[in-house]
Design a protein around this ligand. Structure first.
Ligand code: NAD
Ligand code: TYD
Length: 352
């Protein structure tokens, strides 16, 4: 029986990861610690919330006492750190909270895990590991050619990506200095169920369904490398189990698209299958994001070769599944956008 401390498990990727792991393994326990910021939503986890293999703790990863108490109570084998402030636009408006959660919170988790796992000087509990879930955005922006490799120098541009790069550097320092067992994954843009509708794909799906404007930043020609969220979860599972200690693994499926292509794909799918009255006239080009990275593109050769990872869901299949999920879960979207889910937390866990 392995015990996982998953942080930020009420968010988009964290909740998908919890579902993925509990479906795949019956001999694990997951403790999900989440602060339940605007991006954390316990409705994402209703299907498994009563499982014997799952426990939720409402706490901040910066809180020393709360995190120590989890390690006291559970014999944690792995930490998978998803908890973060994750939206670039918010980081441009309010950088401080990004440094607090993404850097200071990660350092707090590292320190507590190191204390509880130490069995001697630079020696740790057998098989334990700290996995830092990072992003390709730490590498900065690409020109028209080339890809991000694990050896590409970090060159973040937004407060969000700078905070993720800072956390990555501290995680690596714990390996270099203390031989603390870590891996870092750097994945490209994810899409799929349970993504908060401030991010491009769920925002465009929701706005198209509601006949609202579709804001496209700048000329719409910025490029992102999209990966279906379950393929990211599969990569994290593989890195936890087989990743070589101290290593970074890039995760991506060579699926680069311009933003305007993504927006038009969503409109066309909804027009064809859901509502024939929507059209590209909904598109509104708006002021560009400050410091907007032009292109991201991952070279996933290392994780493919060393761990045998490859993506299973093509973009054509993944985007249909995603649109269908949002169509079939309109109440989820309504709750998230109206803030009603806060009431759900209060009912379940009281005020905090
Ligand atoms: P998200 O914003 O949907 O979820 C973040 C979760 O962390 C939320 O549940 C939130 O309540 C929680 N949280 C925030 N601050 C916290 C704190 N101080 N203590 C405890 N919990 C806190 O984010 P996501 O898109 O699911 O991203 C998860 C991780 O994956 C992040 O670290 C992000 O940098 C990384 N990542 C995301 C993408 C992507 O495309 N979304 C791609 C690569 C990497
Ligand atoms: P986003 O989903 O915020 O992810 P990230 O900035 O982390 O890559 O944005 C994806 C791309 O879509 C990015 O180039 C910014 C662009 N974008 C828009 O054009 N309009 C929008 O309303 C949003 C949220 C993003």
């Amino acid at each position: 029986m392995k015990n996982y401390l998953v942080t930020g498990g009420a968010g988009f990727i964290g909740s998908n990861f919890i579902h993925y792991m509990l479906k795949k393994y019956s001999d694990i326990k997951i403790i999900n610690v989440d602060k339940l910021t605007y991006a954390g939503n316990l409705e994402n986890l209703t299907a498994i919330e009563n499982s014997e293999n799952y426990e939720f703790v409402h706490a901040d990863i910066c809180d020393k006492d709360a995190i120590s108490a989890i390690f006291e109570k559970h014999n944690i084998d792995y930490v998978v750190n998803f908890a973060a402030e994750s939206h670039v636009d918010r980081s441009i408006k309010s950088p401080e909270i990004f440094i607090e959660t993404n850097v200071e919170g990660t350092v707090n988790l590292l320190n507590i895990a190191k204390t509880f796992w130490a069995t001697g000087d630079d020696v740790y509990k057998e098989g334990c590991k700290f996995l830092q879930v990072s992003t390709d955005e730490v590498y900065g922006s690409l020109g028209q050619t080339g890809y991000f490799m694990e050896t590409t120098p970090l060159n973040p541009h937004s407060p969000y990506s700078a905070s993720k790069a800072g956390a990555d550097m501290v995680v690596k320092a714990y390996f270099d200095t203390f031989k603390f067992p870590i891996n870092i994954t750097r994945c490209s843009n994810n899409y799929g169920p349970y993504q908060f509708p401030e991010k491009l794909i769920p925002l465009i799906i929701n706005n198209t369904l509601n006949h609202n404007d579709l804001p496209v930043y700048g000329d719409g020609m910025n490029i992102r490398d999209w990966l279906y969220v379950e393929d990211h979860c599969k990569a994290i599972d593989m890195v936890i189990n087989n990743g070589k200690l101290g290593e970074v693994y890039n995760v991506g499926g060579h699926n680069e698209r311009t933003n305007i292509t993504i927006v038009k794909t969503i409109i066309n799918h909804i027009k064809e299958h859901v509502d024939s009255s929507v059209s590209e006239t909904l598109i509104k080009y708006v002021k560009d994001r400050k410091g907007h990275d032009k292109r991201y593109g991952i070279d996933p050769e290392k994780i493919r070769k060393e761990l045998g990872w490859s993506p299973e869901t093509t973009f054509e299949v993944g985007i249909k599944k995603t649109i269908d999920w949002y169509l079939n879960n309109k109440a989820w979207m309504e709750n998230v956008t109206s803030g009603q889910y806060k009431e759900y937390y209060k009912k379940m866990y009281g005020e905090k």
